[in-house]
Ligand binder design. Structure first.
Ligand code: FES
Ligand SMILES: [Fe+2]
Length: 366
């Protein structure tokens, strides 16, 4: 680690109480060395959301995703066993599979046609006779840990010290009664933001602080006096009772008595209402860019009335997302201002935001 990076990491005090705490230094949002460290110490060393369980439910199905510069492939083999690999062909490093998800009896690299079975074993190498000191078993796709919780697939690019269930606790227990398992995937929206991935998480973690100002259309639905944040080992939840709203727009996305906004370290956000769930995943694309995936789930995805409700609900979420994107992009430019170094937290609202910075600092130094 360079002396400069060590200095940058040491510049943050994560031991202060919330009332005295500061946000992480602005350089953590655009420094290339810090970014590389984050890719290995944060994204390379924890359970990371990779996709939907339904994408790899059937034998012979697979999904792909790129997380912090690492192409990843998850497959379910003919025996029903789930596997995850680095999606980089052992020949010349093309991505073995390119589609976001699909079905295949084998994994065939489109570049020169090397094939792997669904367990990642190299089984076909066209025109490779005469190559010395070459054994197919030395060129299997490198595997990584994979597991599922309900509708979510997670991978771990390092050596997991905790099982997925241990890592997620208490999210599974606390959401068990909300009927997540009964929900069906209805659609994905993707956005590319001109900001560091952490800016999007900061925006999410501010305890509703920006809702009245940035999302006036939605602000009437949440009972802010009773909004609260709870902190757990690797996650936070913001819970808000819902107020009855006459606004038909609001009614499209806020159903039931409470809204639950879960964040799971480092980049997964799960928004839960009665019969409605959407998840947001922010994937770094460099220091100043990220890709945000929104996956929408509803109880009913087949009746015409439900489909109409679901489409309108997704449209409202899209509008909210556009409002968030505009502030997130603006914040990234502000973070690069010579005038700005660190900010402060609202004690009333931003406990989750500080906890996020603490977990991040500990992961980077760990
Ligand atoms: S890179 Fe995959 S077969 Fe050549
Ligand atoms: Fe927002």
């Amino acid at each position: 680690m360079s002396p400069r990076l060590t200095e940058l990491l040491n510049a943050y005090d994560d031991t202060l109480p919330l009332s005295k705490a500061r946000t992480i230094p602005s350089a953590w949002y655009f420094d290339p060395e810090l970014y590389d460290l984050e890719c290995s110490k944060v994204f390379g060393n924890t359970w990371i959301y990779a996709g939907r369980s339904e994408q790899v439910r059937e034998r012979g199905s697979y999904l792909t995703i790129e997380v912090a510069g690492q192409p990843i492939l998850v497959s379910r083999d003919d025996h029903g066993v789930l596997h995850a690999f680095h999606n980089a062909c052992r020949h010349k490093a093309a991505q073995v599979m390119n589609e976001p998800c699909g079905r295949a009896d084998k994994l065939r690299c489109r570049y020169h046609g090397w094939t792997y079975n669904l367990q990642g074993q190299l089984i076909g190498t066209p025109e490779f006779a005469g190559v010395e000191d070459f054994r197919k078993e030395d060129y299997f796709l490198p595997a990584m840990a994979v597991d599922t919780h309900g509708p979510f697939v997670f991978v771990h690019l390092g050596n997991p010290k905790q099982s997925l269930a241990e890592f997620l606790a208490p999210f599974p227990e606390m959401t068990a009664s909300l009927g997540v398992e009964q929900l069906h995937f209805a659609g994905r929206r993707e956005y590319v933001l001109e900001c560091n991935w952490k800016v999007f998480v900061d925006n999410y973690q501010d305890g509703g602080y920006h809702v009245n100002t940035v999302h006036p259309g939605l602000s009437g639905a949440l009972d802010y006096a009773k909004y609260r944040t709870e902190l757990f080992a690797n996650s936070t939840v913001q819970i808000s009772p819902l107020k009855p709203s006459d606004d038909p727009t609001v009614a499209k996305v806020r159903t039931g008595t409470h809204a639950y906004y879960w964040w799971i370290f480092p980049n997964l956000m799960v928004n839960l209402y009665q019969g409605v769930m959407d998840i947001n995943v922010t994937l770094p694309l460099g220091t100043d860019r990220c890709r945000v995936l929104f996956d929408f789930y509803f109880l009913d995805v087949s009746s015409p009335a439900a489909k109409k409700f679901n489409e309108e609900s997704i449209a409202v979420a899209h509008q909210v997302q556009l409002e968030d994107i505009s502030v997130c992009d603006e914040v990234q430019r502000g973070l690069r201002s010579r005038s700005y170094d660190t900010g402060r937290f609202s004690v009333k609202r931003e406990a989750g935001a500080y906890y996020y910075h603490q977990l991040l600092a500990r992961a980077l130094r760990g």
